[in-house]
Structures are given as structure tokens and as C-alpha cells.
Design a protein around this ligand. Structure first.
Ligand SMILES: Nc1nc2c(c(=O)[nH]1)N[C@H]1C(S)=C(S)[C@@H](COP(=O)(O)O)O[C@H]1N2
Ligand SMILES: [Mo]
Length: 314
């Protein structure tokens, strides 16, 4: 008998709640035109030329648990630029996200700027179901829309001297009250090694739940690196720099002993102030065991061979 080997993050389909598939189906059934268009063009373009959402789901990325309902994930956010509480709405809605220019610079063939909408048009969009594990020991599972970070790296054409990708959030004290507090090392900065950035799992998200990102999720463009603690997934990115030296990250600048550069999920390595062994699943009263690399070890563990001396899990 053929038994499909199941990876840590995969589960039988009936356990997942593919919310946007459900939504797509409902949208199609509601419109005869939609049905006709779909039979000709497939799922993507059926929703109107130039309309990139919802994007076709990449079925290689599945979940071991239901998708977190949007009403929970959209009302429980970390976005320190706006608030240190989980209620960042309505403040986050003050941010104007259209148009939005991203600067690509540092060790690249030729630095350039690009509008997010042009970037999307150039690279295209897909949907992926990812888990997200915050260092505070809560988790969610969401359908991101976006593209692999590797495609953006390819577009940027880094030179051989580039060892890290540094990503920065906007800086605007007039709009973001948190940025008026000088104890924080603004702008929010994150980084990955080139190998991490080119790993298939590293994803740039421009949408969630089949539509463009709402502001509190980090509109219009943020990172999603699901094998790392959530703080690595920097929101509302304005600048991507290719650099030789390891970037100093926001949380490292604040509290290096507790939040490091690598921040790979590991249930066996406690945070100095709490255990990482389990996590609270957003929107439920369940706690579930946390998995090494948040369940994505098969795709990413190789990235850390030879780096055992580093603080990989802080
Ligand atoms: N610019 C910026 N990016 C950020 C944060 C932040 O405060 N500012 N918080 C991080 C943390 S701790 C987490 S858990 C996730 C939360 O993403 P979510 O609100 O979409 O769940 O965003 C990360 N990215
Ligand atoms: Mo987090």
C-alpha cells in the first residue's frame, strides 16, 4: 500500500478550514458570469482583470489545524508603532498605504524604488496557508497572499558581497504614536541571512483572507517567516537593504538577551520569563504543544547546519 509521507505541518485536508476556498466557491456560485469566466480562465482572472485577489492557493502549504477566523486575528495584533496593546485599531488606520514605495538598496547591481502595486504586477500573487507563532506563546493560522521573498531578491540582483537582507518599517511620528516614544530603536528593523531569504518558505505578504492586508496586519507589504517567532515578520516595509554585516534588529536593540537575531521557534528553549513548550491558539481556549521550527523543520533545519554555536532559538 502506498502511504504518503506526511510532513510535520501537513494534515489530512478535512481538518483544515480553507476559508478562502469556501469564500471563492460562494462568490462563484453567486454569479453566473463568474462561473462562465472561470471555465475559460481558471480561478485567478475570473474575478476581473487587474484584480489580484483572491489569488490562487499554492496547495503545497497546508495546515494541521483550522484557519483562525479573521475576527480574532484582525483584532489581536502586535504593531508597536501604534500601540503596545493588542488593540491597534483604529490608530493603524491613520496610516496611508496607497501609494507605497519600497526602496531597494545596499549591495545590489543598481538601487531602485518600486511601487508595491508594480511589484505585485511584476511578480504575481499566490495564496499560502501558514502558521504564525508569536514569542508571547500565542499562535494563529492564516491564508497569506503574496510571493516568495526569493523572487524579490532575484529582482533586486544582490552582489556577491551581500550576506544579509535588512528590512525596515516606515517612520512617521505624526501618524504612529509609538514612534514618539524615544526608548524604542525606531524604525522597526528586521533581517534574514541570504540563505533564509531565499528559502521557499520566506514569504512577502500583501494580502490576507483573500484580500489586501488591512492596516493592522502590516499593510501594504510585510514579511511572513513562519518558522521564526512572529517579531521577525516585519510589517509595513519601506526599505529592503542588502548588507554585508548582520543587521541590528529592533527587538535586539531593546532587549538582546530575550529577543535575538535568529529567533527560530523551539519548544525546548524557554524565554527567560516563560516557557515556549506550548501555545494558546487564537480564537480558542486550547493550548497545543509548540513544534520545533514551528513545524517547518523539514524545509528549514538545513539552513542552520554549521551554525550550532549561534543562539538559534532566542
Ligand atoms: N513594524 C512592526 N512589525 C511587526 C511588529 C511591530 O510591532 N511592528 N510586531 C511583530 C510581532 S511581535 C508579531 S507577533 C507580528 C504580529 O502580526 P499580526 O498582527 O499580523 O498577527 O508582527 C510582527 N511585526
Ligand atoms: Mo510577536
Amino acid at each position: 500500500m502506498y502511504i504518503k509521507r506526511r510532513r510535520g505541518w501537513e494534515i489530512p485536508d478535512q481538518h483544515a478550514t480553507p476559508e478562502s476556498v469556501f469564500l471563492n466557491r460562494r462568490a462563484l456560485l453567486g454569479s453566473a458570469a463568474g462561473l462562465a469566466a472561470t471555465s475559460v480562465f481558471g480561478t485567478g482572472p475570473a474575478f476581473g482583470a487587474g484584480d489580484s485577489y483572491p489569488a490562487t492557493r499554492n496547495e503545497a502549504y497546508t495546515l494541521d489545524r483550522p484557519v483562525t477566523a479573521e475576527k480574532f486575528s484582525a483584532n489581536y495584533n502586535n504593531f508597536y508603532e501604534f500601540s503596545t496593546s493588542k488593540t491597534v485599531l483604529p490608530d493603524a488606520n491613520a496610516l496611508k498605504t496607497k501609494p507605497w514605495t519600497i526602496q531597494i538598496d545596499g549591495l545590489v547591481e543598481k538601487p531602485f524604488e518600486i511601487e508595491v502595486e508594480d511589484l505585485i504586477r511584476k511578480i504575481g500573487l499566490e495564496e499560502r496557508l501558514y502558521r504564525h507563532r508569536c514569542v508571547e506563546a500565542w499562535s494563529m493560522s492564516v491564508p497569506w497572499t503574496g510571493f516568495p521573498l526569493a523572487k524579490l531578491v532575484a529582482l533586486a540582483k544582490p552582489t556577491s558581497g551581500a550576506k544579509y537582507v535588512q528590512m525596515q518599517t516606515f517612520m512617521n511620528k505624526a501618524v504612529a504614536p509609538g514612534q514618539r516614544q524615544f526608548i524604542y530603536p525606531w524604525p522597526y528593523t528586521e533581517g534574514l541571512t541570504m540563505a533564509e531569504a531565499n528559502n521557499d518558505l520566506a514569504f512577502v505578504a500583501t494580502g490576507i483572507y483573500g484580500k489586501p492586508l488591512a492596516n493592522q496586519f502590516g499593510a501594504p507589504i510585510r514579511l511572513a517567516v513562519p518558522w521564526k517567532y512572529g517579531f521577525k515578520s516585519v510589517k509595513s516595509i519601506v526599505k529592503i537593504s542588502f548588507v554585508e554585516a548582520r543587521p541590528k534588529t529592533f527587538w535586539e536593540g531593546l532587549q538582546a538577551q530575550e529577543y535575538g537575531f535568529w529567533a527560530n521557534v523551539n519548544p525546548a528553549v524557554s524565554h527567560p520569563r516563560w516557557s515556549q513548550a506550548s501555545e494558546r491558539v487564537l480564537g480558542t481556549d486550547q493550548r497545543v504543544p509548540t513544534l520545533i521550527y514551528n513545524g517547518y523543520g523539514e524545509q528549514v533545519a538545513d539552513l542552520y547546519k554549521g551554525l550550532e554555536k549561534e543562539r538559534l532559538f532566542v
